[in-house]
Ligand binder design. Structure first.
Ligand code: I3P
Length: 108
């Protein structure tokens, strides 16, 4: 599972807001339980070991993915809550892509 989404890191942990909460367009690759984040598809293809901002890939197992109905500033947004309380928002291009990612992240 892979594709481009726009991402915002909201929470570092349950009690700590993420330091950088701006939206970034990223290229995501979900393999098994692991979510890898790249600058774009080109960068992924050229160097799959080089992640966006050198971020450590995320383990999404045991986490919760759902449509972020309460987030009203942007459309087609999902929320991913990880074990430990870290939380991300991901914006898809439409509802179909949104449903696709929510489904993929739920079963991961
Ligand atoms: C953030 C940026 C985000 C905004 C966030 C800001 O500023 O404007 O778009 O989130 O608000 O901190 P910067 O780009 O300077 O880091 P929203 O789009 O959700 O409002 P926040 O501090 O309320 O998370």
């Amino acid at each position: 599972v892979e594709g481009s989404l726009v991402r915002k890191h909201e929470w570092e942990s349950t009690t700590k807001k993420a330091t950088n909460r701006s939206w970034d367009k990223v290229f995501l690759v979900l393999r098994g339980n692991t979510l890898y984040c790249y600058k774009d598809r080109k960068s992924y293809q050229a160097a799959p070991e080089v992640y966006f901002r050198a971020e450590i890939p995320i383990d999404v197992s045991g986490g919760q993915a759902s449509v972020a109905d309460d987030y009203t500033k942007k459309k087609h947004v999902l929320r991913m809550r990880l074990i430990g309380g870290s939380e991300y928002l991901y914006q898809a291009k439409d509802d179909e892509e949104l449903a696709f990612w929510v489904g993929a992240l739920q079963i991961a």
